[in-house]
Design a protein around this ligand. Structure first.
Ligand code: ADP
Ligand code: ZN
Length: 218
């Protein structure tokens, strides 16, 4: 089973992907991770093309597709792939369809974590990071210092309302095209609305599994 994950920054996409990896023995392809890996190696043939990431820009569709194709090639014998951060444009979605069909696979499920802006703001504005070990806490955890490192927790620079709202707006713009694309495809589209700040990632995971089983996917 191959899954494309959609969800705004702060939606907990990465965490849900990890659960699905464990539960179904899938492998996780995150374009952000693949690009960070390439940036560790200045001799990588795509290093120059990927460097734009450091300026906050998107990598070109062509280079992104090549990086993903390479990763899929290595994983074609796996039980399935979860795509996270990809596709991000219609042209990437079309390229993914072509890559998948060339190895006799398809995007079976699109899992859209539709977390409301209110919940995202609550999560991200309450987020505190340990400057030493980088572990993330929430103000409601009640810590003012890192329990491991004993240093005061801090707010991350990009965790301010203006930046978050801007990133959400950007996400909504590009994701709308993909939602439209996949709603017309033969992939199963699962949208989970998360509008309750007290919902835990375990609870979300259970709902995800319920949605899968309703559709006979597990
Ligand atoms: P975020 O998208 O939240 O910034 P990611 O870790 O998913 O974090 O990606 C890091 C960066 O890599 C993005 O900001 C973008 O520059 C680039 N990137 C990731 N996925 C893609 C993609 N599908 N197409 C183009 N660029 C991408
Ligand atoms: Zn720490």
């Amino acid at each position: 089973m191959n899954i494309v994950m959609l969800g705004p920054p702060g939606s907990g996409k990465g965490t849900q992907a990890q659960y699905l990896v464990k539960r179904f023995g899938l492998v996780h392809i995150s374009t952000g991770d693949l690009f960070r890996e390439i940036l560790k190696n200045p001799d990588h043939p795509l290093y120059q093309e990927v460097r734009v990431v450091n300026e906050g820009k998107l990598v070109s569709d062509d280079v992104t597709n090549r990086v993903v194709e390479n990763a899929i090639e290595k994983l074609k014998d796996s039980k399935g792939i979860i795509f996270d951060g990809y596709p991000r444009t219609i042209s990437q979605a079309q390229a993914l369809d072509r890559m998948m069909s060339s190895v006799n696979m398809k995007v079976d499920v699109v899992l859209d974590l539709n977390v409301t802006q209110e919940v995202i703001l609550y999560r991200l504005l309450g987020r505190r990071i340990c400057p030493n070990c980088r572990k993330i806490y929430h103000v409601n955890d009640g810590y003012t210092q890192c329990p491991d490192c004993k240093v005061p927790l801090r707010v991350r620079d990009d965790d301010n309302e203006e930046t978050i709202v801007k990133r959400l707006k950007e996400y909504n713009e590009w994701a709308a095209h993909l939602k439209d694309y996949y709603s017309k495809s033969n992939s199963v589209y699962i949208s989970l609305t998360i509008d309750d700040v007290s919902k835990t990632s375990q609870e979300v995971q259970e709902e995800v599994i319920q949605e899968f089983s309703k559709r006979g996917l597990v």
